[in-house]
Structures are given as C-alpha cells and as structure tokens.
Unconditional design. Structure first.
Ligand SMILES: Cc1cc2nc3c(=O)[nH]c(=O)nc-3n(C[C@H](O)[C@H](O)[C@H](O)COP(=O)(O)OP(=O)(O)OC[C@H]3O[C@@H](n4cnc5c(N)ncnc54)[C@H](O)[C@@H]3O)c2cc1C
Length: 262
C-alpha cells in the first residue's frame, strides 16, 4: 500500500561558519581517530567531529574489548595504541589483544590533543557542503544549533558513510548480493561473578553452551567471559608481570574458554 508522506518546506536561512580547517574528520571511531591523528601529525589543521562524548566508536561505546589480531600483526596507529595500552597494563596480548575500553577512550583523547587536533563532541555532522562538485565542508547540528564547517578535505568515518551517501557517492549497505547485514549483538559487563563456577556450569551443559567456533583465533589466554581488565589482573600476582609487550600472563579470570550461548 502506497502511503503518501507528508512534507514541509524547511525555511531557507543563513547559518554561522563555526570553524575552518584543513581536514575535517566526521566520526571519532577507530577509523576517524586514525585519520585525525595522521592528518594532524603532518601539520594539517585538523578538526574531528563526533556525535557522542567519547572517541573510539564501537570499540569503546559498544564495549568491544578485543582486537581480533595478535599485537605483532599490527602496524601503524593500531600498533602504537596497542603498545601504549600494554605498557600501562590496560591490555594483554595473546593470539588477540584484550583491552579495557575505558582506558582506550582516555588514551585516544590524549593522543589526539597531543598531536594538535581540535575536537568537537556531542555534535552531529548533518550534511555535506558541496561546491563545484566537491565536498567543501559540512553542516553540523548541536546544542549550539545549526552551523557550518569549511574544510579543504573532508574524511567520512561515520561508520555508515553518512556524508558520502548524502553527497551522492556510490555506497553499499550490507552484503552486496542482497544488502543483508550481520545480526546485531549486545556487549555488556557483569561484576561480582564467580568465574570458576560459571565456567563449570557451562561445561556441564554442552547442550546449552559450546566453545566459540572462532576460538581458534582466541586460543589459550583469551576469553569473552571475564571481569574488567583493571580489577581482574591488577589484583592478582600477575600484576607484576604486566606492562610487558611480549605478552602478559593472564590471571585465571582472564583464562581460556570462550563460550557462546547456543
Ligand atoms: C557489538 C560489536 C562488537 C564488535 N566486536 C569486535 C571485536 O571484538 N573485535 C574487533 O576487532 N572488532 C569488533 N567489532 C567491529 C569494530 O568495532 C568496527 O569494525 C570498528 O569500530 C569500525 O570502526 P569505524 O571507525 O569505521 O566505525 P565506528 O566504530 O562505527 O565509528 C563511527 C563513529 O562515528 C560517529 N558518527 C556516526 N555518524 C555520525 C555523524 N553523522 N556525525 C558525527 N559522528 C558520527 C559514531 O558515534 C562513532 O563514534 C565489533 C562491532 C560491534 C558493533
């Protein structure tokens, strides 16, 4: 059934130019952080705009807590960030790297500000500003209202290609053959868990729980069932061995067995 969509005409108005920059980075997830860091380190006047109050995108605000790659396989910004988290004991390395998202968001903020980038948080990048067929900036929306940013180069790292799509660039959503996307999953944290008892419970019920089929990536020393990194390893005897980038020995609470509910 075709339902007619009601429309209204948005009044034409002039809006203030809030800032001008060399490089505007839209979205402060892992991609935006890397782009803004690299741009500002080359000396470009860089402005990163993020709709949330923190950097890191899904890696911090979704509580994603592992990079599915061994530390020695990393290069560039990812290697630098991982090295710093290992140094402070906020990550431990194995076949993958587990990290504390809270520490990551602080670290990314410090690194960007140290590189001289400017940040605008709690601000939506609403639309591209297009002039002579080129994206010359963006219209933003925040508590300060609607404003414009002028930039020589605009990098869309919104994770959803918001700007690229609105600018008319060809984009792909989901799988190319049918546009279907991965099912949503939910990350959460629990505290005060008796891990040993939990693992025993799961092992006794193979009909309800199974080893994660991707645990070949995780292997020994990594798990998705564990308390926060800070409370777990910091309180145990392995605390003294933390800080080594050669791989920290996880305490029992960080130990193997990746379980997923069937
Ligand atoms: C639940 C979940 C679990 C995951 N687990 C893992 C894992 O264990 N290991 C792993 O390696 N990867 C994992 N991933 C994938 C990983 O998080 C993503 O690949 C990665 O975050 C993508 O980075 P990105 O910078 O492209 O986008 P995002 O992380 O999505 O960052 C985009 C940023 O742009 C901001 N933004 C979006 N639109 C606008 C706008 N219009 N204006 C201003 N800001 C905007 C968002 O707020 C966000 O901060 C997981 C993802 C999810 C969702």
């Amino acid at each position: 059934m075709n339902q007619e969509v009601k429309v209204v005409a948005e009044p034409r108005r002039e809006i203030p130019v809030a800032a001008e920059c060399d490089v505007l980075v839209a979205g402060g997830g892992p991609a935006g952080f890397g782009a803004a860091l690299a741009a500002s380190r080359t000396g470009a006047d860089t402005l990163l705009i993020e709709r949330n109050g923190v950097l890191g995108g899904a890696s911090t605000s979704v509580l994603m807590n592992a990079w599915n790659c061994p530390a020695e396989g990393m290069t560039g910004v990812a290697k630098e960030v991982t090295g710093k988290l290992l140094e402070t004991g906020d990550a431990f390395a194995g076949p993958l790297v587990n990290f504390d998202p809270e520490a990551l968001l602080d670290l990314e903020m410090e690194m960007l500000l140290a590189a001289g980038a400017r940040l605008l948080l709690y601000t939506w990048v609403a639309e591209p500003l297009i002039e002579a067929g080129r994206v010359r900036g963006a219209i933003i929306q925040s508590k300060s209202g609607r404003q414009a940013i002028l930039a020589k180069t605009v990098v869309d790292t919104t994770g959803d290609a918001d700007l690229a799509f609105a600018a008319g660039c060809p984009t792909v959503k989901g799988r190319e053959e049918d546009n279907k996307m991965r099912p949503v999953n939910t990350m959460f944290r629990m505290a005060g868990i008796d891990i040993e008892q939990l693992l025993a419970y799961c092992r006794e019920r193979p009909d309800q729980y199974q080893q994660d089929p991707s645990s070949h990536m995780a292997g020994a020393g990594a798990t998705v069932i564990r308390p926060a990194t800070r409370t777990c390893c910091a309180s145990s005897a392995v605390a003294s061995s933390r800080g080594s980038s050669s791989g920290v020995t996880p305490c029992f609470d960080c130990s193997p067995l990746t379980l997923t509910s069937r």
